[in-house]
Design a protein around this ligand. Structure first.
Ligand code: MLC
Length: 504
């Protein structure tokens, strides 16, 4: 029988109750024993609110311990945990809550007023729990039993989490991640990256994405290791901690690595005591990979994943970590490169779509059978929308995207989302959004706009308008007013040509 991720956590609470599981840099340590108790008490609290198996439990909180307690507690009772970016403005939040029909939202007390204004439009949202991220959640649930009231989920197909991903042609879709997916992913990473009980992870990522929540936090918890958390990424604080020799593992997105590298400047700053430093969520530029080797004496380990799957490919822990490559399939993962038109496999060295299969691949999109069917081939391969190539010795290299997607600072922005928001502006007649290359962010969101006859608007107004509707990272960093777009014979905007014209 498969030992699920949550079971391993319970095992650690029994075998090493006094070991530090999680500690915020400015907070008290939480041991594995205490973590299990608070998670069980929080699970009992959720049951007392009437939350049952399959119910969606949404959380929009900054990075804090209560978020982690609710995350584990919701999964523990078989509910579906829905983490939400605290940067989402009310308009986006309303969409996620309505679409998921969440029954409970746990949110930051400071947002109480805004959230109460939308609750009337959300009939499924029966319960609101407001907390101050800095308060001690433990005392709020101290009257609940620390003994688990319900058995841990045992069905690998049962949904554990729902993570929204945007689409090229539709509103964001909820990817359903099962207990089996989480377990398969973490087992593969455990094996591939040699996770150890004596590892100490410096955790700087947000915890509402696969990268920070599953790859980093679940990875460390599954190993029975200790996680030290920064509430948000701060390059100076992170570099100071990394130099302290307390840590063995660090994970980041290229923008974070770029900032750390820039901060170190030309000074040698040996971080080779870390046994594992990984990079993911966006392509790692070659100069940064090489710069890290020179400055930090560290060879970054680049890997490739996505929300729908968790991790797919990884450079090896031992052996060559190849510059520009995302490595090879993780244990239990199958990958192939196909001709995007015919979906027939291509020989090594040819570029095609990367397709993935394995127990870690999500089960589908929430209430979107059509979109789910489109995501998979008839024989069950996931169409990633990423282009890539396999070298003869098995290493994969990504070569752009088949889909219209911008990745900025490790976050995905789908141009249609931004275009929809722009089209709501009364002065905008037409618009097109592209990603322009950027040293720090990988890409930046740039909008080209054709104004209506006689209408006026400037860049600042357009950006302020978007800010009310979109999370800040999706707001265009540059707005260019144009008279026309490059279009093909059918009148469809040619984004590649537009990108050439807009990007330096
Ligand atoms: C913040 N800003 C961004 C941004 N993050 N803009 C574009 N892209 C981003 N990713 C905005 C802020 O709102 C602010 O705007 C301005 O940039 C400066 O903010 P900052 O303080 O300098 O940024 P910071 O808060 O430090 O954030 C940068 C960052 C963050 C790199 C730390 O973006 C981040 O944590 N990225 C990691 C994302 C991640 O975990 N992705 C994993 C997805 S899972 P203004 O206008 O308000 O001043 C996945 C699967 C996989 O992809 O394979 O891993």
């Amino acid at each position: 029988m498969t030992i699920m991720f949550l079971d391993t956590l319970s095992q650690h609470s029994r075998c090493q109750p006094d070991k530090v599981a999680i500690q915020f840099v400015d907070g008290s340590p939480v041991t594995y024993g205490a973590l299990e108790q608070t998670v069980n008490r929080t699970a009992a609290y959720l049951l007392s609110l009437g939350i049952a198996r399959g119910d969606r439990v949404a959380a929009q909180l900054p990075k804090c311990l209560p978020f982690i307690y609710f995350h584990l507690a919701a999964m523990r009772i078989g509910a579906i945990f829905l983490p939400l970016n605290p940067a989402y403005p009310t308009a986006e939040l309303r969409y996620f809550l309505a679409d998921s029909e969440a029954r409970l939202l746990i949110a930051d007390r400071r947002k109480q007023h805004q959230i109460r204004t939308i609750q009337a439009e959300l009939p499924s949202l029966e319960q609101l729990v407001f907390i101050s991220p800095s308060e001690s959640w433990e005392s709020n649930v101290s009257s609940f039993s620390p003994k688990a009231k319900s058995p841990l989920p045992t069905d690998p197909d049962q949904t554990a989490m729902m993570l929204y991903t945007s689409g090229t042609t539709s509103r964001p879709k909820g990817a359903l991640i099962t207990h089996g997916n989480l377990t398969a992913n973490i087992r593969a990473l455990h094996e591939a990256w040699g996770w150890r009980q004596d590892d100490v992870l410096l955790h700087v990522l947000p915890i509402f994405h696969v990268h920070g929540l599953v790859v980093a936090l679940h990875g460390a918890l599954r190993a029975g290791a200790s996680t030290i958390m920064l509430p948000s990424f701060d390059a100076a604080a992170a570099l100071k901690l990394l130099r302290s020799k307390r840590f063995s593992v660090f994970m980041g997105v290229p923008t974070m690595h770029r900032r750390l590298h820039q901060l170190a400047g030309n000074r040698r700053c040996d971080l080779s005591h870390l046994r594992l430093m990984t990079s993911g969520s966006d392509r790692l530029p070659d100069d940064l990979f090489l710069g890290y080797q020179k400055t930090f004496k560290v060879t970054l380990l680049e890997r490739y994943g996505m929300t729908e799957t968790g991790m797919n490919l990884s450079n090896p822990l031992h052996g060559e970590r190849r510059v520009g490559s995302v490595g090879m399939p993780l244990p239990g993962v199958s990958a192939r490169i196909v001709d995007p038109a015919t979906e027939t496999p291509l020989p090594d060295g040819e570029v095609g779509e990367v397709q993935i299969k394995g127990a870690h691949v999500f089960k589908g999109y929430w209430r979107q059978p059509q979109k789910t069917a489109e995501a998979f081939t008839e024989d069950g391969w996931l169409r990633t929308g990423d282009m890539g190539m396999r070298e003869r010795d098995g290493y994969y290299t990504l070569k752009g995207r088949a889909k219209d997607l911008i990745i900025t600072g490790g976050l995905n922005v789908y141009p249609p989302e931004v275009e929809l928001a722009l089209m709501e502006h009364p002065a905008v007649a037409a618009c097109a959004v592209v990603g322009c290359p950027d040293d720090e962010w990988g890409e930046q969101v740039v909008a080209a706009i054709i104004l209506r006859d006689g209408a006026a608007a400037d860049e600042a107004q357009i950006c302020a308008f978007c800010r009310d509707r979109l999370a800040a990272y999706k707001v265009p960093r540059r707005v260019v007013f144009v008279d026309e777009f490059p279009a093909n014979a059918l009148g469809k905007i040619q984004k590649a040509k537009l990108r050439e014209a807009l990007c330096d």
